[in-house]
Design a protein around this ligand. Sequence first.
Ligand SMILES: Nc1ncnc2c1ncn2[C@@H]1O[C@H](COP(=O)(O)OP(=O)(O)OP(=O)(O)O)[C@@H](O)[C@H]1O
Ligand SMILES: [Mg+2]
Length: 450
Amino acid sequence: MKTTLIYVCSKCDAQSPKWSGRCLSCGSWGTVGKDPIVPDVPSSQTSHVPHAPGKTETFDALNTASTQRLMPTLFEALDTVLGGGLVHGSATLIAGEPGMGKSTLLSQVALAMATKGQKILFITGEESPAQIHLRLSRLSNNVPGQLSYLDDTRVEIIAATIEAEKPDLAIVDSIQSLTTEQASGEAGNVSQVKACAALLTQTAKKTGVPIILVGQVTKDGDIAGPRILEHVVDTVLSLEGDKLHRFRVLRAIKHRFGSTDETALLDMNESGLKIIVDPSQALLDSRAMTAAGSAVGCVLEGRRPLLVELQALVTAAGYSAPVRKANGFDASRLNMLLAVLTRHAGIQVYDKDVFANAAGGLSVRDPGADLALAAAIASAVRNKPIDPKTAFFGEIGLTGELRPVALPELRIKEIIRMGFKTIVCPPLKNLPTNNGVEIIQCKTVKEALG
Ligand SMILES: Nc1ncnc2c1ncn2[C@@H]1O[C@H](COP(=O)(O)OP(=O)(O)OP(=O)(O)O)[C@@H](O)[C@H]1O
Ligand SMILES: [Mg+2]
């Protein structure tokens, strides 16, 4: 039988018998892989041999005590985000853009655990063992003997080694560098990544060894190309930040064994990544207190409230079309806010260039940051600084209304803790009393910026 090769889109996994520059299914450009692969045989084409039924068991006969036990990684940020540590036999993916510090973080985990006598196996696919040794020596004066490596990229050999050695933790850096006999094409293509991750996840379950996989994030923000990888593993963590800044955020995107609400803010320097104990303090450290165009907002990272300085620069656009640039925000959210400010708050920006920035290189996704950003823009337009002891939170709707946001009590508590005296926010149901701050509740953005 003649086998037809197929081309796979790395974004939506759509398959096509012909290569094209644009995926016909999701419409993305340049996502269809240039290397064709052999498709899996559809089950309808396989012969239907009758099978003997499987043996069913009852759950109460299962001994799950060892699976439930958490193994602390001894790296505070990772343990915080994982809710205590790694679950035995789990597969965890750490994703992040190149240079974000994934290898550094895992080297620190390996060093901390090996120093305490645990056996760690490093699978070095991406970098040479010498490069990894160099990093380990930079991060610690003593590279413990408990730390070993396997310099191989064939996933079957890796799985067999994990089964034979049974380390306390196996670290695979990275999943894109591995290959399997079960899939065709080069390392890093959709079917290779999928099959390698599936085999390693099975190995983790079979041996009880927790495995951490490193996954690269593509330009579009997808992990290792296909999103399917996120379904294969138990936990997906993301290390994010701006490479030009020191701060990184470690957050859980998916966690089968706990909440995804915990995040950790880390500081990256030559001695590695270090958890920041007081993130709000660190983010507000270099704040311009008296400059126009700066406002402090309280945003949520998971369930953790953070105070961030939001900045805006507004200048005349001249004869060209106005420029709108957002750094640390969604650009379309900035455009929407500018339209609302023009239409409902009397702040004219249609003929102005607007640049907005979240200080510290943080990526702000919480819509609760809307009001602070609007305040920064209004302050820049009016060239009038905002009182440095005032903080904002609230989502702005298309009709100019201020909408309630999640966990206002936690936000207010954090704002008070950081010594602010005035809070501008949407109407609250339960107003905290006796806290020494003035809480100004507003129904509309116009009222709030008045
Ligand atoms: N000698 C050094 N001193 C200070 N910082 C360094 C040093 N070497 C590397 N770094 C920092 O570490 C970062 C790279 O970290 P790391 O290799 O852990 O990232 P990564 O996420 O694993 O990247 P990749 O995806 O390319 O493997 C660099 O961007 C740099 O900021
Ligand atoms: Mg790396």
